[in-house]
Design a protein around this ligand. Structure first.
Ligand code: CA
Length: 371
Protein backbone atom coordinates (compact mmCIF):
# COMPACT_ATOMS: atom_id res chain seq x y z
CA UNK A 1 0.00 0.00 0.00
CA UNK A 2 2.80 2.34 1.02
CA UNK A 3 4.74 1.46 -2.13
CA UNK A 4 1.74 2.30 -4.31
CA UNK A 5 1.38 5.59 -2.51
CA UNK A 6 5.03 6.49 -3.18
CA UNK A 7 4.80 5.66 -6.89
CA UNK A 8 1.66 7.74 -7.19
CA UNK A 9 3.26 10.77 -5.52
CA UNK A 10 6.38 10.54 -7.72
CA UNK A 11 4.22 10.23 -10.85
CA UNK A 12 2.24 13.30 -9.88
CA UNK A 13 5.41 15.31 -9.29
CA UNK A 14 6.83 14.29 -12.68
CA UNK A 15 3.53 15.16 -14.36
CA UNK A 16 3.47 18.53 -12.64
CA UNK A 17 7.06 19.29 -13.65
CA UNK A 18 6.42 18.21 -17.25
CA UNK A 19 3.32 20.33 -17.40
CA UNK A 20 5.04 23.41 -16.03
CA UNK A 21 7.90 22.83 -18.49
CA UNK A 22 5.46 22.61 -21.43
CA UNK A 23 3.69 25.69 -20.22
CA UNK A 24 6.93 27.69 -20.32
CA UNK A 25 7.73 26.59 -23.82
CA UNK A 26 4.34 27.64 -25.09
CA UNK A 27 4.15 31.10 -23.53
CA UNK A 28 5.37 33.90 -25.83
CA UNK A 29 8.40 35.97 -24.75
CA UNK A 30 7.54 39.11 -22.79
CA UNK A 31 10.19 41.17 -24.58
CA UNK A 32 12.96 40.76 -27.14
CA UNK A 33 15.84 38.63 -25.80
CA UNK A 34 19.16 40.48 -25.34
CA UNK A 35 21.87 39.86 -27.93
CA UNK A 36 23.02 36.29 -27.56
CA UNK A 37 26.43 35.83 -25.92
CA UNK A 38 27.69 32.39 -26.87
CA UNK A 39 28.38 30.13 -23.89
CA UNK A 40 32.09 30.52 -23.08
CA UNK A 41 34.12 27.47 -23.92
CA UNK A 42 36.01 26.22 -20.91
CA UNK A 43 39.29 24.31 -20.86
CA UNK A 44 40.69 21.98 -18.21
CA UNK A 45 44.45 21.72 -18.67
CA UNK A 46 46.97 19.58 -16.89
CA UNK A 47 50.38 21.09 -16.22
CA UNK A 48 53.53 19.17 -15.26
CA UNK A 49 56.82 20.54 -13.96
CA UNK A 50 60.40 19.43 -13.43
CA UNK A 51 60.33 20.64 -9.78
CA UNK A 52 59.70 18.75 -6.55
CA UNK A 53 56.34 19.45 -4.84
CA UNK A 54 56.36 22.71 -2.84
CA UNK A 55 59.83 23.57 -4.18
CA UNK A 56 60.22 27.18 -3.02
CA UNK A 57 60.05 29.94 -5.62
CA UNK A 58 60.20 27.55 -8.64
CA UNK A 59 57.03 25.53 -7.97
CA UNK A 60 55.47 28.49 -6.13
CA UNK A 61 55.92 30.64 -9.25
CA UNK A 62 54.21 27.97 -11.37
CA UNK A 63 51.28 27.72 -8.94
CA UNK A 64 51.02 31.51 -9.03
CA UNK A 65 50.94 31.46 -12.85
CA UNK A 66 48.16 28.83 -12.93
CA UNK A 67 46.09 30.74 -10.33
CA UNK A 68 46.51 33.99 -12.30
CA UNK A 69 45.36 32.35 -15.54
CA UNK A 70 42.32 30.95 -13.75
CA UNK A 71 41.45 34.36 -12.25
CA UNK A 72 42.04 36.38 -15.41
CA UNK A 73 40.04 33.98 -17.56
CA UNK A 74 37.21 33.86 -14.98
CA UNK A 75 37.65 30.09 -14.83
CA UNK A 76 37.50 29.52 -18.60
CA UNK A 77 41.05 28.18 -18.60
CA UNK A 78 41.64 26.10 -15.52
CA UNK A 79 45.14 24.69 -15.11
CA UNK A 80 45.77 21.91 -12.61
CA UNK A 81 49.44 21.77 -11.66
CA UNK A 82 51.33 18.53 -10.98
CA UNK A 83 54.85 18.76 -9.55
CA UNK A 84 57.66 16.60 -10.93
CA UNK A 85 56.87 12.89 -10.55
CA UNK A 86 53.21 13.39 -9.63
CA UNK A 87 51.94 12.71 -13.14
CA UNK A 88 55.09 12.13 -15.22
CA UNK A 89 58.77 11.90 -14.17
CA UNK A 90 60.33 15.41 -13.99
CA UNK A 91 62.56 15.01 -17.03
CA UNK A 92 59.70 13.73 -19.20
CA UNK A 93 58.03 17.14 -19.08
CA UNK A 94 59.20 18.06 -22.58
CA UNK A 95 57.91 14.81 -24.15
CA UNK A 96 54.62 14.90 -22.23
CA UNK A 97 53.81 18.42 -23.50
CA UNK A 98 55.25 17.89 -26.99
CA UNK A 99 53.21 14.71 -27.50
CA UNK A 100 50.04 16.23 -25.98
CA UNK A 101 49.88 13.84 -23.00
CA UNK A 102 49.39 17.11 -21.08
CA UNK A 103 48.81 20.63 -22.41
CA UNK A 104 51.42 22.65 -20.58
CA UNK A 105 54.65 22.32 -18.58
CA UNK A 106 57.43 24.17 -16.78
CA UNK A 107 61.16 23.49 -16.55
CA UNK A 108 64.39 24.77 -18.08
CA UNK A 109 65.39 24.51 -21.75
CA UNK A 110 68.88 23.15 -20.99
CA UNK A 111 67.33 19.96 -19.59
CA UNK A 112 66.58 19.06 -23.22
CA UNK A 113 70.16 19.58 -24.44
CA UNK A 114 70.28 15.89 -25.45
CA UNK A 115 67.45 16.48 -27.97
CA UNK A 116 68.11 20.15 -28.85
CA UNK A 117 71.68 21.27 -28.00
CA UNK A 118 70.76 24.84 -29.08
CA UNK A 119 68.09 24.97 -26.36
CA UNK A 120 70.85 25.66 -23.82
CA UNK A 121 71.12 29.25 -25.06
CA UNK A 122 67.54 29.83 -23.87
CA UNK A 123 68.50 28.93 -20.30
CA UNK A 124 72.08 29.95 -19.59
CA UNK A 125 75.51 29.99 -21.16
CA UNK A 126 78.69 30.08 -19.02
CA UNK A 127 79.93 33.68 -18.91
CA UNK A 128 76.84 34.63 -20.91
CA UNK A 129 74.17 37.22 -20.24
CA UNK A 130 72.58 37.79 -16.83
CA UNK A 131 68.82 37.92 -16.17
CA UNK A 132 68.47 41.49 -17.41
CA UNK A 133 70.42 40.67 -20.58
CA UNK A 134 68.39 37.49 -21.18
CA UNK A 135 65.10 39.37 -20.80
CA UNK A 136 66.43 42.04 -23.18
CA UNK A 137 67.41 39.41 -25.75
CA UNK A 138 64.21 37.36 -25.44
CA UNK A 139 61.64 40.16 -25.25
CA UNK A 140 63.47 42.84 -27.21
CA UNK A 141 66.29 41.35 -29.27
CA UNK A 142 64.70 38.55 -31.29
CA UNK A 143 65.72 35.70 -28.94
CA UNK A 144 62.15 34.64 -28.22
CA UNK A 145 61.29 34.48 -31.96
CA UNK A 146 64.26 32.18 -32.49
CA UNK A 147 63.22 30.04 -29.53
CA UNK A 148 59.62 29.78 -30.83
CA UNK A 149 60.89 28.85 -34.26
CA UNK A 150 63.07 26.04 -32.91
CA UNK A 151 60.41 24.70 -30.52
CA UNK A 152 57.70 24.78 -33.22
CA UNK A 153 59.45 21.77 -34.78
CA UNK A 154 58.72 19.96 -31.51
CA UNK A 155 55.07 21.05 -31.43
CA UNK A 156 55.71 23.46 -28.56
CA UNK A 157 55.25 27.17 -27.85
CA UNK A 158 57.80 28.44 -25.27
CA UNK A 159 57.58 31.43 -22.91
CA UNK A 160 60.16 32.77 -20.44
CA UNK A 161 58.78 32.17 -16.93
CA UNK A 162 61.30 32.73 -14.14
CA UNK A 163 64.96 33.40 -13.64
CA UNK A 164 67.22 32.67 -10.65
CA UNK A 165 69.55 35.62 -11.28
CA UNK A 166 73.31 34.98 -11.06
CA UNK A 167 73.85 31.70 -9.24
CA UNK A 168 76.71 30.77 -6.90
CA UNK A 169 79.80 28.94 -8.18
CA UNK A 170 79.39 26.00 -5.84
CA UNK A 171 80.49 24.09 -2.76
CA UNK A 172 83.99 22.67 -2.37
CA UNK A 173 85.87 20.90 0.39
CA UNK A 174 89.21 22.36 -0.58
CA UNK A 175 90.32 25.81 -1.59
CA UNK A 176 90.46 26.52 -5.31
CA UNK A 177 93.61 28.57 -5.79
CA UNK A 178 94.45 27.69 -9.38
CA UNK A 179 92.68 25.93 -12.23
CA UNK A 180 94.80 22.85 -11.43
CA UNK A 181 92.82 22.48 -8.21
CA UNK A 182 89.81 21.54 -10.34
CA UNK A 183 91.68 18.58 -11.89
CA UNK A 184 90.35 15.22 -10.77
CA UNK A 185 87.35 16.69 -8.94
CA UNK A 186 83.96 15.06 -9.35
CA UNK A 187 81.42 17.83 -9.35
CA UNK A 188 77.68 17.97 -9.87
CA UNK A 189 77.51 20.62 -12.60
CA UNK A 190 75.02 20.28 -15.48
CA UNK A 191 74.85 21.61 -19.03
CA UNK A 192 77.53 23.58 -20.83
CA UNK A 193 79.11 24.42 -17.45
CA UNK A 194 79.79 20.71 -17.00
CA UNK A 195 81.47 20.52 -20.43
CA UNK A 196 83.70 23.45 -19.48
CA UNK A 197 84.52 21.83 -16.14
CA UNK A 198 85.58 18.66 -18.02
CA UNK A 199 88.01 20.76 -20.11
CA UNK A 200 89.55 21.91 -16.83
CA UNK A 201 90.25 18.26 -15.98
CA UNK A 202 87.25 17.67 -13.72
CA UNK A 203 84.51 15.07 -14.01
CA UNK A 204 81.02 16.57 -14.30
CA UNK A 205 78.23 14.53 -12.74
CA UNK A 206 74.53 15.02 -13.39
CA UNK A 207 72.39 14.58 -10.27
CA UNK A 208 68.81 15.61 -9.53
CA UNK A 209 68.32 18.04 -6.63
CA UNK A 210 67.19 15.35 -4.21
CA UNK A 211 70.44 13.36 -4.58
CA UNK A 212 72.96 16.17 -4.19
CA UNK A 213 73.30 16.46 -0.43
CA UNK A 214 73.74 12.72 0.23
CA UNK A 215 76.23 12.33 -2.64
CA UNK A 216 78.37 15.19 -1.33
CA UNK A 217 78.10 14.10 2.29
CA UNK A 218 79.12 10.52 1.42
CA UNK A 219 81.99 11.65 -0.77
CA UNK A 220 80.51 10.24 -4.00
CA UNK A 221 81.10 13.70 -5.42
CA UNK A 222 83.73 16.20 -4.27
CA UNK A 223 81.88 19.40 -5.10
CA UNK A 224 78.53 20.67 -6.31
CA UNK A 225 76.78 23.71 -7.61
CA UNK A 226 73.04 24.07 -7.00
CA UNK A 227 71.25 27.43 -7.15
CA UNK A 228 72.09 30.24 -4.75
CA UNK A 229 72.18 30.92 -1.01
CA UNK A 230 68.41 30.65 -0.48
CA UNK A 231 68.09 27.15 -1.96
CA UNK A 232 71.56 25.92 -0.99
CA UNK A 233 70.99 26.78 2.67
CA UNK A 234 67.67 24.90 2.63
CA UNK A 235 69.35 21.85 1.11
CA UNK A 236 71.88 21.90 3.99
CA UNK A 237 74.92 21.87 1.71
CA UNK A 238 76.93 23.75 4.38
CA UNK A 239 76.92 20.53 6.41
CA UNK A 240 78.79 18.69 3.64
CA UNK A 241 81.25 21.33 2.37
CA UNK A 242 83.18 24.23 3.89
CA UNK A 243 83.91 26.58 1.01
CA UNK A 244 81.23 28.37 -0.96
CA UNK A 245 82.59 29.99 -4.14
CA UNK A 246 81.24 32.80 -6.29
CA UNK A 247 80.32 33.94 -8.87
CA UNK A 248 78.20 31.36 -10.68
CA UNK A 249 80.11 31.66 -13.95
CA UNK A 250 78.31 28.52 -15.15
CA UNK A 251 74.76 29.93 -14.77
CA UNK A 252 74.74 33.72 -14.83
CA UNK A 253 70.96 34.21 -15.18
CA UNK A 254 69.22 30.99 -16.16
CA UNK A 255 65.78 31.44 -17.67
CA UNK A 256 63.05 29.01 -16.68
CA UNK A 257 60.57 28.06 -19.36
CA UNK A 258 56.86 27.59 -19.81
CA UNK A 259 56.05 25.22 -22.66
CA UNK A 260 52.60 24.84 -24.18
CA UNK A 261 51.54 22.12 -26.60
CA UNK A 262 51.18 23.94 -29.93
CA UNK A 263 47.82 22.35 -30.81
CA UNK A 264 46.40 23.15 -27.36
CA UNK A 265 47.68 26.71 -27.63
CA UNK A 266 46.24 27.25 -31.08
CA UNK A 267 42.85 25.94 -29.98
CA UNK A 268 42.54 28.94 -27.61
CA UNK A 269 40.81 32.22 -28.40
CA UNK A 270 43.06 35.27 -28.67
CA UNK A 271 42.11 36.57 -25.23
CA UNK A 272 43.10 33.28 -23.55
CA UNK A 273 46.39 33.24 -25.49
CA UNK A 274 47.08 36.76 -24.24
CA UNK A 275 46.22 35.74 -20.67
CA UNK A 276 48.87 32.98 -20.82
CA UNK A 277 51.44 35.43 -22.17
CA UNK A 278 50.73 38.11 -19.57
CA UNK A 279 50.56 35.65 -16.65
CA UNK A 280 53.93 34.19 -17.75
CA UNK A 281 55.49 37.66 -17.88
CA UNK A 282 54.11 38.47 -14.45
CA UNK A 283 55.52 35.32 -12.82
CA UNK A 284 58.80 35.79 -14.72
CA UNK A 285 59.33 39.05 -12.84
CA UNK A 286 57.95 37.64 -9.60
CA UNK A 287 60.39 34.72 -9.52
CA UNK A 288 63.50 36.78 -10.24
CA UNK A 289 62.41 39.29 -7.60
CA UNK A 290 62.04 36.52 -5.00
CA UNK A 291 65.60 35.33 -5.62
CA UNK A 292 66.99 38.85 -5.52
CA UNK A 293 65.12 39.58 -2.29
CA UNK A 294 65.87 36.34 -0.42
CA UNK A 295 69.43 35.35 -1.35
CA UNK A 296 71.32 37.87 0.76
CA UNK A 297 69.52 37.01 3.99
CA UNK A 298 70.32 33.32 3.41
CA UNK A 299 73.94 34.21 2.66
CA UNK A 300 74.23 36.01 6.03
CA UNK A 301 72.83 32.91 7.74
CA UNK A 302 75.35 30.66 5.97
CA UNK A 303 78.25 32.88 7.00
CA UNK A 304 77.20 33.74 10.52
CA UNK A 305 75.24 30.71 11.79
CA UNK A 306 76.93 27.99 9.77
CA UNK A 307 80.43 29.55 9.55
CA UNK A 308 80.73 28.91 5.83
CA UNK A 309 83.71 30.52 4.09
CA UNK A 310 82.41 32.49 1.13
CA UNK A 311 85.20 33.05 -1.39
CA UNK A 312 85.61 34.45 -4.91
CA UNK A 313 87.20 32.26 -7.59
CA UNK A 314 90.69 33.68 -8.29
CA UNK A 315 90.91 35.72 -11.53
CA UNK A 316 93.21 33.16 -13.15
CA UNK A 317 90.66 30.40 -12.58
CA UNK A 318 87.93 32.57 -14.12
CA UNK A 319 90.12 33.42 -17.14
CA UNK A 320 90.95 29.76 -17.73
CA UNK A 321 87.27 28.71 -17.48
CA UNK A 322 86.36 31.48 -19.91
CA UNK A 323 88.88 30.14 -22.44
CA UNK A 324 87.45 26.62 -22.08
CA UNK A 325 83.93 28.02 -22.56
CA UNK A 326 84.91 29.51 -25.93
CA UNK A 327 86.34 26.13 -26.98
CA UNK A 328 83.16 24.27 -25.94
CA UNK A 329 80.90 26.72 -27.81
CA UNK A 330 83.08 26.64 -30.96
CA UNK A 331 83.21 22.84 -30.95
CA UNK A 332 79.42 22.50 -30.62
CA UNK A 333 78.92 25.10 -33.38
CA UNK A 334 81.18 23.19 -35.75
CA UNK A 335 79.02 20.05 -35.54
CA UNK A 336 75.47 21.40 -35.12
CA UNK A 337 74.05 24.03 -37.54
CA UNK A 338 71.10 24.88 -35.27
CA UNK A 339 73.47 25.42 -32.32
CA UNK A 340 75.61 27.65 -34.57
CA UNK A 341 72.58 29.67 -35.66
CA UNK A 342 71.53 30.41 -32.08
CA UNK A 343 75.12 30.91 -30.90
CA UNK A 344 75.65 33.58 -33.57
CA UNK A 345 72.40 35.41 -32.75
CA UNK A 346 73.06 35.18 -29.01
CA UNK A 347 76.67 36.37 -29.35
CA UNK A 348 75.76 39.32 -31.60
CA UNK A 349 73.13 40.53 -29.14
CA UNK A 350 75.34 39.86 -26.12
CA UNK A 351 78.16 41.93 -27.62
CA UNK A 352 75.89 44.94 -28.14
CA UNK A 353 74.36 44.44 -24.71
CA UNK A 354 77.84 44.44 -23.11
CA UNK A 355 78.72 47.66 -24.95
CA UNK A 356 75.59 49.35 -23.63
CA UNK A 357 76.10 47.92 -20.13
CA UNK A 358 79.64 49.31 -20.01
CA UNK A 359 78.28 52.82 -19.88
CA UNK A 360 74.98 52.07 -18.16
CA UNK A 361 74.86 49.30 -15.53
CA UNK A 362 78.62 48.84 -15.02
CA UNK A 363 79.42 52.57 -15.08
CA UNK A 364 76.54 53.32 -12.77
CA UNK A 365 77.60 50.59 -10.32
CA UNK A 366 81.11 52.01 -10.32
CA UNK A 367 79.75 55.52 -9.75
CA UNK A 368 77.57 54.25 -6.94
CA UNK A 369 80.55 52.63 -5.20
CA UNK A 370 82.81 55.70 -5.42
CA UNK A 371 83.51 57.25 -2.04
CA1 CA B 1 72.74 25.59 -10.96
Amino acid sequence: MRKYHFVLVVSLIIAALSFSGCGKQESPPQQAAPAEIPAAKTYEWKMVTTWPPNFPIFQEGVDRFAADVNTMSAGRLHIKVYAGGELVPPLQTFDAVSQGTVDIGHGAAYYWAGKIPAAQFFTAVPFGMNAQGMNAWLYGGGGWDLWRDIYAKHNLVPFPLGNTGVQMGGWFNKKIESVNDLKGLKMRIPGLGGKVFAKAGGTPVLLAGGEIYTSLERGNIDATEWVGPYHDERLGLYRAAKYYYYPGWQEPGPVLELIVNKNSYESLSNDLKKIIEVAAESSNIWMLSQFEAKNLEALHKLKEEHTVQVLPFPDDVIKALKGFTREVLEEHSATDPEFKRVYEAYSAFSKENDAWNALSEAAYQRARNLE
